[in-house]
Design a protein around this ligand. Sequence first.
Ligand SMILES: Cc1cc2nc3c(=O)[nH]c(=O)nc-3n(C[C@H](O)[C@H](O)[C@H](O)COP(=O)(O)O)c2cc1C
Length: 128
Amino acid sequence: MRYGSDVTQLIYVSSASHPMEKRELNALLEVTRRNNERDGITGTLVYSEGNFLEVLEGDTEAVHETFRRILKDTRHGGILVLSERKIKEREFAGWSMGWDSGGAAKGTVAWKLLVSFRRQMREHALRL
Ligand SMILES: Cc1cc2nc3c(=O)[nH]c(=O)nc-3n(C[C@H](O)[C@H](O)[C@H](O)COP(=O)(O)O)c2cc1C
């Protein structure tokens, strides 16, 4: 895996276009892991109750290229970038793509972000 000095971290949330079966999630994860290992991208992908949260870290060019593909994917929509920043050190170094669909990720930063984001969206919707 390449580890360049120009590292970007991008975090986004999205909504699955339909409730995802375990088999479908596994197929998505397989491609994601293969590509990300090839492209020197680390991070994590969390799926919970119809929402995805993904952290992508890597060379800025590689992250943007990957994200362009992700944006076009019809398996999800309503993609919202929560943060994009340059980082000195990867927070998920060594993970070609961490993964969780509801169990073990509980308590991680990515999980908390997704839960807090969903809560904010609900509160916002109630105020409309
Ligand atoms: C929620 C979500 C997250 C994804 N994350 C990645 C990713 O991190 N890396 C990646 O290469 N593809 C990811 N994909 C898949 C891409 O949209 C696309 O299908 C894939 O990169 C195409 O790869 P291929 O040309 O090798 O089949 C993701 C798709 C979804 C729906």
